[in-house]
Design a protein around this ligand. Sequence first.
Ligand code: DX5
Ligand code: ZN
Length: 219
Amino acid sequence: MIKIAPSILSADFARLGDEVREAEQAGADWIHVDVMDGRFVPNITLGPVVVEAIRPHTRLPLDVHLMINDPDHYIEAFVKSGADVVSVHQEACPHLHRTVYRIKELGAKAGVVINPATPVSLIESILPDVDLVLLMTVNPGFGGQKFISSVLDKIGQVRRLLVERSLSHVDVEVDGGINAQTAALVAQAGANVLVAGSAVFGQADRQVAMVAIREAGER
Ligand code: DX5
Ligand code: ZN
């Protein structure tokens, strides 16, 4: 079963509440929230106040992707604001195990993210401790970028490791350049949660857009 997580990065920020509500009605499974600090990535987006503002507009899980340095300082604020899943970049966490357990102690699900050039070997030992692995299929920072197909191998590697270690409950999420074409490739490689920004919020009919992605992924 494929889950679709539309990224509000491509939504209309002047009417985020409506956008999130419409995405839920149109069939979204999770809402993906991209947090950028202008340091870890070359763009700035939103903080806990925005998560708090959209929280009453949907019952769907809020999937918060932290593209920030020193995430430890902000995890509590995001969980208190209503984040259900908090994912941190391996590249931003010198004490990844501690950070993952901090997220779980606060009552959220914990995800670990790696950039396209980061090898899977760097997250192998944390796999038993996380609820989700997020593989970036673009370099993080902006919506609407081109899918990097060399990440397909890494999706397969993660999925194989999870099966070998009886960790199949761990979600494998992909983020960046996902549309109906690339959805088929990533799902075949082993991903089960697909983030899509421009391919959902950039389309006039979000329901049609999500059906197309889901059907491609489940084929
Ligand atoms: C990129 C973000 C993505 C972004 C994806 O840094 O993490 O979530 O919104 O946008 P698309 O789907 O347009 O590539
Ligand atoms: Zn993201």
